[in-house]
Design a binder for this molecule. Structure first.
Ligand code: DLL
Length: 441
């Protein structure tokens, strides 16, 4: 799988993607040293954290010193909302994106022109890993907007020189018509939406053989090998896993190659570590734990040891594709309570803070996540305070609409709210059970 002589590349950046371990470590070390200097001098929060553990930038001489550095978490980003963690003046920031925070405030990230170029490069590498090339027609069915999925894949596709169909998410029948009319060869969306597309396609009486789809690049939420097999047989394409998170860059942090045996991390930009989420110590090589990234080239918002909360392991064995970039296994879960519903990150605490702001409700609630057909559904049962629980259906209906509206505008996804009488939701002496997730991946 080395580059062929034609202008269709099978590895996008061979020098980096096939570098020896020594070459990669030297590059990462050089970039880490420079990044640490930069954040220490430009972000007071980082300087303080380093001083607290008695570190100065000169203590970080290579990638072997990585574990000396303090961690960064979503809370740090929230505490510095919106732009407090940016290392460059706003005049250098050419784009912002955002994802859900643990409470009402989103996590905001900023990109310089150089960051956007780097992002396009890592997405292009990912597309090529997935088997795409410049003759492909790529339908981008991730949402465009503050979410990084749509625009992230978009610019990577243009950089590859393939044709983008920037349709964004939703509008399922139209998605399928365009696949037919435009001859889409690569589809990219969440894996659950891919299954939904297959279902609607069947309802429309369209067989996958009638389409030209050959590759699907799916991510933004966890999915299993079973789901992969189902998508591959229903859509008749090769289903590739792509991973990323807004804080680190967006999609393109890592992606599977044709061998579908773990996602190659673009580690010349994002240096991975695996830690034990309890002890916060690095685990032994190859062991499972929480994935942590240090960005070593980002200008807008560089992050030192960012805790992703995603659970996985790293694979350093040689991959048959020829790339030497380390691989991460499919994510098996998270070390916090974040849910991903229809591709949108949801923290139960976001719902709790909406309910706490309302005088009519009690902070006793239960979230029920299900999958109907291939679409995730979210139901919220919430207790109404005694004096507001009325026999008047109209009054209750108005309250239900008010809560629904508030929650939907906070989360950005639809929710089915059910009001219940006080003391209906089970109380426990220990940790309250706030979420029932009935989805079987
Ligand atoms: O989901 C970026 C993305 C867009 C990735 C499109 C892939 C494709 P966030 O909204 O910040 O960014 O959510 C990041 O989503 O920490 C994981 O928990 C989860 N996630 C992303 N990709 C995968 C995947 C985008 N392939 C959070 N498998 C991450 C499992 C994934 N989980």
């Amino acid at each position: 799988m080395i580059n062929c002589s034609s202008d269709i590349k099978m590895i996008w950046n061979e020098k980096i993607e096939c570098a020896s371990r020594e070459e990669m470590r030297a590059l990462q070390s050089e970039r880490l040293v420079e990044t640490v200097q930069r954040v220490y001098h430009s972000i007071p929060g980082y300087r303080r954290k380093m001083q607290e553990v008695g570190l100065v930038p000169a203590d970080i001489r290579s990638i072997d010193d990585l574990s000396k550095l303090p961690f960064t978490t979503k809370t740090d980003l929230r505490d510095n909302y919106p732009f407090g963690m940016f290392t460059v003046p706003m005049s250098e920031i050419v784009r912002v994106h955002a994802s859900s925070g643990t409470t009402g405030k989103p996590t905001v990230v900023g990109y310089t022109r150089k960051d956007l170029n780097m992002w396009a490069e890592v997405v292009t590498r990912s597309l090529v890993m997935a088997g795409a090339h410049r003759n492909d027609i790529v339908q981008v069915a991730y949402g465009y907007g503050l979410f990084t999925g749509g625009l992230g894949i978009h610019y990577g596709t243009e950089n590859l020189g393939a044709t983008v169909i920037p349709i964004s998410g939703g509008n399922t029948e139209k998605q399928i018509r365009l696949m037919q009319d435009f001859g889409t060869t690569v589809i990219t969306c969440t894996p659950s939406y891919a299954l939904y597309l297959a279902e609607v396609m069947q309802e429309m009486g369209i067989r996958p053989e009638e389409l030209k789809l050959r590759v699907g690049i799916f991510g933004a939420e966890p999915w299993s090998e079973n789901m992969r097999r189902e998508i591959e047989s229903k859509l008749r394409l090769k289903a590739i896993d792509i991973y990323g998170l807004s804080e680190v860059i967006g999609p393109g942090v890592s992606c599977e190659c044709q061998f579908q045996a773990g996602m190659h991390i673009n580690e010349d930009h994002f240096v991975p570590e695996i830690i034990d989420p309890q002890t916060l110590q690095p685990v032994a090589p190859g062991e499972r734990g929480e994935l942590v990234f240090t960005t070593v080239t980002k200008e807008g918002i560089p992050l030192l040891r960012y805790r992703t909360r995603d659970l996985t392991r790293l694979i350093y064995d040689r991959c048959e594709c020829g790339r030497t970039l380390v691989r991460m296994e499919k994510c098996t879960g998270r070390s916090d309570d974040m849910l991903i519903i229809r591709g949108v990150n949801v923290f139960p605490s976001q719902i709790e803070s909406v309910l706490l702001e309302m005088s009519e409700t009690e902070p006793h609630y239960l979230l029920i996540v299900d999958r109907e057909g291939n679409l995730d559904t979210l139901k919220l049962m919430v207790e109404v305070q005694g004096q507001f629980f009325s026999d008047e259906i109209r009054e209750l209906q108005a309250l239900r609409m008010k809560i629904t509206h508030k929650i939907e505008s906070t989360l950005g996804i639809s929710v089915d709210v059910k009001l219940v009488e006080p003391k209906t939701i089970e109380r426990t002496a220990g940790k309250a059970k706030r979420v029932i997730d009935n989805r079987k991946l």
